[in-house]
Design a protein around this ligand. Structure first.
Ligand SMILES: *Cc1c(COP(=O)(O)O)cnc(C)c1O
Length: 401
């Protein structure tokens, strides 16, 4: 394998996000293939015993087993690290594998975590249900309340964990502020960047230490595979994450890595067009419902902050219809947009968080997060915006909105 384009950091330092997403981390075999090769292999063979001994001793570079390294997965890791502006990245089997590994690899019994309360349901489950079983304490806060971070710190606080924009209420966190508070107290900041993706928002530019992804969402972007990634410093990835990952095994399949590599080639294009479509559709919905939340709309409580952190508002917005009946009536009247709980997809998808993605939480937790019975969340896709507007207007009309 020759590391051909996008692997020399002196060259790639000047590349913009769209170029990084397309060209980063390309390795080529002796055949000089244009598209990345797919290495479906679990193991490797060696010319002699000394070579394998040196690799196992960490004295020579090279593959030993696909739980630890694989060329196709390696290309994806190099590309995501480059896009993120991170020293290193490890791919994971799913977004939740990424969140679990990024947090558990650095936490022990007796540690304390401060987490944003508006979060993906499974991220809340890690914090609320899994951590306490292992003696890890957690405090959930309103992540958009700047003062709440410092106020929640205890002597044993090790990690800050949040999403921005957050699922499903699109809360926006002041990343530079939270990173500064964390640094002043020796706390590691872990950001779940699934909603924006690395072409629209790079949390490390705002001081985040670790960025974790569901690559299932915008990075694949075409609803095909589950995948995840964790980015950080070389020291964090090699010394903290890797011992956890290599022995617990949340490894990404080379096939799924290859699919995500193909998805990344169009990520910048899709994320921008989907953001444009979301903004245009959001403007239509805005006049007809009691409340809408999209970081790109001036009505968002942290619109200015969001626009200083993101290149565009992203493909997702949420809006309140007033009641569960109205929300269901909107969903049932859709003819083009699918009822589906996925996000980041090129297809427009709408869901009712209170009965799906956030159904596992108690009514109190949902209320605290702003997940009302009338709330709908939409991932706006790449369809013609005129068709999306027609379908949405008809559905709102059917619900009396
Ligand atoms: C989807 C999602 C996850 C989980 O990712 P999977 O790939 O489905 O495991 C985590 N965080 C956020 C914000 C998500 O949207």
């Amino acid at each position: 394998m020759k590391k051909t384009t996008g692997t020399d950091r002196d060259v790639t330092a000047g590349w913009r996000p769209a170029t990084r997403a397309l060209r980063g981390g390309t390795w080529r075999s002796e055949h000089g293939e244009t598209s990345e090769a797919l290495f479906l292999t679990s193991g490797y063979t060696y010319d002699d015993a000394a070579t394998v001994a040196a690799r196992f001793a960490g004295e020579a570079e090279g593959m030993t087993y696909s739980r630890l390294q694989n060329p196709t997965v390696g290309m994806l890791e190099e590309r995501i690290a480059l896009m993120e502006g991170a020293e290193a990245c490890r791919a994971q089997a799913s977004g939740m594998a990424a969140m679990t590994a990024a947090l558990l690899c650095q936490l022990s019994a007796g540690d304390h975590v401060v987490a944003g309360r508006a979060a993906f349901g499974s991220c809340r489950w890690l914090v609320d249900s899994l951590f306490p079983r292992f003696g890890i304490e957690a405090t959930t806060i309103d992540a958009a309340d700047d003062a709440a971070w410092e106020a929640a710190i205890r002597p044993n606080t090790r990690v800050f964990f949040y999403e921005t924009p957050a699922n499903p209420t699109l809360d926006v966190v002041d990343m530079a502020h939270v990173s500064a508070v964390a640094k002043a107290h020796g706390i590691v900041t872990v950001v779940d960047n699934a909603f924006a993706g690395p072409t629209l928002q790079r949390p490390m530019e705002f001081g985040a230490d670790v960025v974790a992804y569901s690559a299932t969402k915008l990075m694949d972007g075409q609803g095909r595979v589950l995948a995840g990634a964790v980015c950080g410093s070389t020291q964090f990835i090699e010394e903290v994450l890797l011992p956890f990952q290599r022995n617990t095994g949340p490894t990404l399949s080379p096939f799924n890595a290859w699919v995500v590599l193909k998805g990344l080639e169009t990520l910048d294009l899709r994320a921008r067009r989907q953001s444009e479509n979301a903004l245009a559709l959001g403007r239509v919905v805005e006049g007809r419902v009691p409340r809408i939340l999209h970081p790109g709309l001036p009505s968002h409580p942290r619109h200015a902050l969001a626009m200083s952190q993101m290149d565009a508002g992203g493909p997702i917005f949420a809006f309140d219809t007033g009641s569960r009946e109205k929300a269901f009536a909107v969903l049932d009247a859709l003819q083009l947009i699918d009822i589906s709980n996925n996000i980041g997809d090129a297809r427009s998808l709408m869901c009712h968080p209170a009965s799906t993605t956030h159904a596992g939480l108690t009514a109190e937790v949902r209320a605290e997060m702003g997940v009302t019975e009338g709330l709908l969340r939409i991932n706006v896709g790449l369809e013609d915006i005129a068709d999306l507007i027609e379908d949405t207007e008809r559905a709102l009309g059917a619900a009396g909105l």
